[in-house]
Design a protein around this ligand. Structure first.
Ligand SMILES: [Zn+2]
Ligand SMILES: [Zn+2]
Length: 167
């Protein structure tokens, strides 16, 4: 997870840097869940396994682990919010490619997971604008809304996300 992406895992949350971006993934117009617990060592002591408020899915939170169990780049809930919570300030933004490495999915100029051009139609949007470069290099800046659209697009490409609070 964190190590493969070149990030340093911690045994608890540090909120010196605390910001959020949002990722939507669509395949033929259907929303694909971004899993909860990416970047979190689920199952280790100190990782809380909770249910989402509607009781249908798991969410993961970290109290204090005996060993590093939390990447500074992670998801708590299956809501597409990417959390960036680290003990350092003013570091360059994390990259979408690092997040996909933690997720265990391929992401480069040709492929998203098992979907590859030219067999698959792949379009990437940042804040509703078509992104033409390598999506692995999209910086996860505060409140970025990233949409990965594979195949038939959804009716609406999201251009923002209603983040709660200031982070
Ligand atoms: Zn967190
Ligand atoms: Zn957060």
């Amino acid at each position: 997870m964190a190590e493969q992406a070149g990030l340093v895992a911690e045994p608890r949350e540090y909120l010196v840097t605390h910001l959020h971006a949002h990722l939507d993934v669509f395949v033929d117009g259907e929303q694909i869940r971004v899993p909860a617990g990416i970047g979190i060592a689920i199952g280790l002591a100190g990782v809380r396994d909770e249910m989402t408020p509607d009781g249908t899915e798991h969410a993961y939170f970290v109290d204090t682990c005996d060993v590093p169990c939390l990447s500074p780049l992670h998801t708590h809930d299956p809501d597409g919010i990417i959390h960036e919570e680290s003990r350092t300030t003013n570091h360059p933004p994390y990259m979408l490619g690092e997040f996909f490495t933690e997720w265990g999915l391929k992401l480069d100029a040709s492929c998203v997971g098992e979907y590859c051009k030219p067999d698959a139609l792949i379009r990437i949007y940042v804040n509703g604008n078509l992104f033409e470069g390598d999506p692995a290099e999209i910086p996860l800046v505060k409140h970025a809304e990233i949409a990965i659209v594979i195949g038939q697009p959804p009716d609406t490409i999201p251009d923002s996300w209603q983040f709660v609070g200031d982070q």
